[in-house]
Design a protein around this ligand. Structure first.
Ligand code: ATP
Ligand code: MG
Ligand code: FE
Length: 348
């Protein structure tokens, strides 16, 4: 069947249509610009924007796929984690569609969606694979087996800020526009990545191997900017951005490749908004090639939040014969990542 995926956990309203692992069409509306003057996502504004965008986005995804409402055979929806009000809008819409069309509903974990995004471009994920999720809210290393059936093994996480959050906050200090990640990436192009010796947090021999920390890096970047300002010097922004980006990319890829090696895993998948970063991509390629590890990174459009990735998880669940999620399901804003689905398929 055709699976409609709905995503509304943060500031993107996404709808995507997937059948048998193939993306038929998707659409995304973002309220990013409405949050820009606040320097971060305002939950109330995000929720209201989802109410506004839900129907047009579903309509547009259907149009792009050349499908009609009646072609939808199942609905998958993000139930968490994310902003409570934002999640509720998507879930209410998804329930209404499933109920009125008489098709099953599948509650999906947002991060599993990020993982599954890559299957739409590169086909089924090998079992096992290592996944580095790097986004505005998460920095995690996961050992993934069968998304529809197996628990996801959480190897490590950030102990403070997420990598995307670090980019966003430093960009603000540097006076770059929101969202900061793409702005840092652009600015870094003219800079020298070795200009500033920013720290490489949690990479010492006694540090946890798979955990991350980015708040110290953020502070170091702020202090560097402050020192220039105190001396009334113009900020060498390009050098600062390039050096910060280098430090983040270095730590992320070093730990991800080590995790692959230590667990004997031959494939690394890098997903989430920060996977769009040009230096993260380049360094991951270089280090994976040197270590004989296959690297998979979804195309930019599927890296950031979208409905297609949620549909991809729903499609895997449908094909694995998963139990649908009851229509009285609620959102879970801080859902732990144990399984991709609220109702995974039992292992025989
Ligand atoms: P989560 O998925 O954890 O709930 P989110 O929805 O904010 O969080 P995404 O939409 O996946 O995350 O990604 C947004 C983040 O990606 C932002 O922090 C943004 O700055 C960052 N980002 C996007 N493009 C780039 C880039 N080229 N370089 C660095 N960071 C980037
Ligand atoms: Mg977002
Ligand atoms: Fe996300």
């Amino acid at each position: 069947p055709v699976v409609l995926g709905i995503e509304s956990s943060c500031d993107e309203t996404g709808a995507g249509l997937v059948r048998d692992g193939h993306l038929l069409g998707h659409a995304v509306a973002s309220s990013m610009d409405e949050h820009a003057r606040f320097g971060g996502v305002v939950p109330e504004i995000a929720a209201r924007a989802h109410v506004h965008s839900f129907t047009p986005v579903v309509r547009e995804a259907l149009d792009r796929a050349g499908l009609r409402m009646g072609d939808i055979g199942a609905v998958a929806v993000t139930t968490g984690p994310g902003l409570s009000g934002a999640l509720q809008v998507g879930l209410a819409g998804a329930k209404t569609l499933a109920f009125s069309l008489g098709v099953p509903l599948y509650g999906v974990h947002h991060l599993a969606g990020h993982v599954a995004a890559d299957t739409l471009e590169h086909g089924p994920l090998p079992d096992p694979c290592m996944v580095l999720i790097v986004s505005g809210g998460h920095t995690s290393l996961l050992l993934v087996r069968d998304l529809a059936r197996d628990p996801i093994l959480h190897l490590g996480d950030t102990i403070d800020d997420a990598a995307g959050e670090c980019f966003d906050k430093v960009a603000r200090v540097f006076g770059l526009p929101y969202p900061g990640g793409p702005a840092i990436d652009r600015t870094a192009r003219q800079g020298d990545p070795d200009a500033v010796a920013f720290p490489r947090p949690l990479t010492g021999p006694r540090d946890p191997r798979y955990d991350f920390s980015f708040s110290g890096l953020k502070t170091a970047a702020a202090r560097w900017a402050e020192q220039h300002r105190l001396r009334d010097e113009e900020l060498p922004l390009a050098d600062g951005a390039a050096s910060l980006q280098e430090a983040v990319a270095d730590v992320l890829t070093r730990k991800a490749v080590a995790a692959c090696r230590e667990h004997g895993v031959g494939t690394l998948v890098v997903v989430g908004g920060v996977a769009a970063n040009s230096r993260v991509r380049a360094l991951a390629e270089e280090r994976c090639r040197a270590a004989g590890i296959a690297l998979r990174v979804p195309p930019l459009k599927l890296c950031t939040d979208n409905g297609a990735m949620i549909a991809a998880v729903g499609d895997l669940l449908v094909r694995a014969g998963a139990e649908p999620t009851p229509l009285d399901v609620s959102i879970d804003p801080s859902a732990p990542l144990e399984y991709a689905a609220l109702h995974p398929v039992a292992r025989a």
